[in-house]
Every structure is written in structure tokens, then in C-alpha cells.
Design a protein around this ligand. Sequence first.
Ligand SMILES: Nc1ncnc2c1ncn2[C@@H]1O[C@H](COP(=O)(O)OP(=O)(O)O)[C@@H](O)[C@H]1O
Ligand SMILES: [Mg+2]
Length: 261
Amino acid sequence: MRLSSPSILRSAFRDGVIMSLLEVENVSKHFGGVMAVNNVSLTLDQGEIVGLIGPNGAGKSTLFNLISGVIKPDTGAIRFETRDITPTAPDRVCQYGIARTFQLVRPFNQLSPLQNVMVGRVYGSAPAKTMKQARHESEEILSLTGLADKKVRMAGMLGLVDRKRLEIARALATRPKLLLLDEMMTGLNLTEMAAAIALIKGIRDSGITLIVVEHVMKVIMGISDRIIVLNVGEKIADGSPRKVANNRKVIEAYLGEKPLC
Ligand SMILES: Nc1ncnc2c1ncn2[C@@H]1O[C@H](COP(=O)(O)OP(=O)(O)O)[C@@H](O)[C@H]1O
Ligand SMILES: [Mg+2]
């Protein structure tokens, strides 16, 4: 199936120069006395899987909240396909093509997985034109995410693994160009993790760019084209998995935690 329209495979151009899909420029956000995100800049190219890592409280989820418009930065700017989305409301950001999952999954529990995904298909960045089309495409997304045989039971009755799958399915239903995945693999066993990795790679192969937050280092090092590391709100490294794993600041930030590889 096609998860994305051909237009998303085009790079953003300005004056004949290929622009980044996403640009975060000097963004800061504080909560009271806590600098959750401190002067962070990053760029994202079309088709990348970027791993976003950092110890607990580093600011990863806050950065996702900022990119998806859920919260607004104190300072700095966020551009998507060259458009300034810094002041943009989250529903509009979603329509522009940025979807995200939440660390604490929150589907509509009273609806079935099929209904949950259909909500996304009639909303998002390229809404289905008819309910029939929305249903058909939603069923395809449920197959892709391994939920085809559970599509009509109540979402609230699903186990954790299936609820995480549904969270990804709901995000895909909005036809994103950029997908932000926040700790989707916590609590998965090895087989489930392998399936999740295959799903992430499949999503990328369909033309969608991803930022993936994960604590399982082997997984993040294996799937990411590039890794960005946050520590206490600041970006301390940005580069290939190998380069980042050997970075002194990164090793120090993770002291006391499990080794990176
Ligand atoms: N809504 C909030 N109100 C107050 N503090 C927050 C809020 N969200 C995050 N924080 C704080 O900001 C810091 C970064 O949190 P978070 O982005 O959730 O980190 P991570 O996802 O990397 O674990 C933490 O110190 C956290 O307690
Ligand atoms: Mg988090």
C-alpha cells in the first residue's frame, strides 16, 4: 500500500536549493526553573530515520511537544518544509504533515481500532474523500500495523503492545510526512521488538521521515541513520550512530546507565 502521496517524496525547494524538511532553530522551553529544552537547533532531511536519545528528563518528549505544536517555545523558531510553524496550533501542524505518538498511549478507548484509525483518515494532512475510502485505507493501515484481526474490539480492551501499535496506526492515518515516535518499544519482548523495527523501516521506505525516541540502545543504534543526543535540555551530539557512541560527552551523560552498544 501507499502510505503517502507522491508529493511527499519531493524535497522542499527554495530558490532552487534543497531545503531541510524540518528546521529547529535555537529553541528553548522552560517549566518554572527547569530548562526542559535549552537552545536546541537541528535539521532533518527527507527520508531519514533520526534517533533522539538522552537520559530521563533530557527533554526528548518536550522537543516532540514543541515540534508538533502541543506547546510553544519561549524562544527560537521551528520550520517545516520552509514554513514557519512556531505559532501554529497542533491540529494545523498535523494537517501540514507532522504526526506523533505519545509516550503514554491514549487512543479513544470506547471506539474500535478501526474507528480510531478512521478518525485519522477523515482528518489529517490528506483526508479521505468518502467514508468508504476512509474505511478501506484504515483497514490497510491496521494490516500494516498487525491489528487486522482485532479491528472491531474496543480499543480500551487491547493489551499494551496492541495499544502501541494502534497509536502508530492512528498517527499513520493522518498521512504524515514526518512521524515522531516516542518510546514505542518499552515493554516489548524481542519478537515484538523485531516486528516494531520492521514496521519503522517499512514506514521510512514508504517515504515518511522519522524521529524515534527509544531507550533500547541496540535498537536505536541499529535503525537510525543519525543520532541526536540531548542531556539536561541541551543537544550534546549529532552524528552517525558510531560517532555518537564514541562521543566523550555522550558517554559521560550516560555514566551509571547501561553501555551504549
Ligand atoms: N508539563 C511540564 N511541567 C513541568 N515540567 C515538565 C513538564 N514537561 C516536562 N517537564 C520537565 O522537563 C524536563 C524534560 O522532560 P521530558 O521532555 O519529559 O524528558 P524526556 O522525555 O527526555 O525524559 C524534566 O525535568 C521534566 O520534569
Ligand atoms: Mg519522554
